[in-house]
Design a protein around this ligand. Structure first.
Ligand SMILES: [Zn+2]
Length: 173
């Protein structure tokens, strides 16, 4: 009688151990898939952001008028050139709040360019009205479209993972 009881208890314990082992195995695989999904989605969004920013920049490409700082000649440069050469030295003057008018942003920007008229490297003034949305702005535009989606999906994956692991703990206790 006592032997039977002991055997039953042992069998139960063995079953519980097997359940726990299965649980930890599923837990590990789940973590792996979870991590891969989180990271994969992050990389996907990052690549997409880069591709989109680049495409937007090229789509917006027109020409930007410049004025040479040395000879004063006016010339145009394709916007694509500036997108492809983002490290051209530049200096900008911000307006701040001139006279309390609330005017913000860059009013004057010069870039170190080789003037096609006099052939010298000079600080050439860029026409800001034509610059509009090139380079950094196309990146911001792409980010504005992708980042909300990125966080939404990431949150869904986090929630799904949390639910899965909680359920696992309940089912295989
Ligand atoms: Zn010049």
């Amino acid at each position: 009688m006592i032997d039977e009881l002991r055997q039953e208890m042992l069998a139960e314990q063995a079953q519980r151990l097997a359940r726990l082992e299965l649980r930890s195995r599923i837990h590990m695989i789940g973590l792996l898939i979870w991590g891969t999904l989180l990271l994969g989605w992050m990389i996907y969004c990052f690549v997409k952001l880069m591709v989109m920013a680049n495409r937007t920049a090229i789509m917006q490409a027109g020409t930007i008028p410049f004025t040479c700082g040395t000879c004063g000649a006016a010339f145009d440069l394709p916007a694509e050139y500036l997108v492809k050469h983002p490290f051209i030295p530049k200096k900008s003057i911000s307006a701040g709040a001139v006279g309390g008018s609330g005017l913000h942003g860059t009013v004057r920007m010069s870039r170190r360019l080789r003037c096609p008229v006099c052939g010298k490297k000079a600080w050439c003034r860029q026409d800001m009205r034509e610059t509009g949305k090139i380079g950094a702005n196309s990146f911001i535009e792409a980010a504005r479209r992708i980042i909300p989606k990125f966080f939404l999906v990431e949150a869904v994956i986090v929630a799904a993972g949390g639910a899965f692991f909680t359920l696992l703990r309940i089912v295989l206790r």
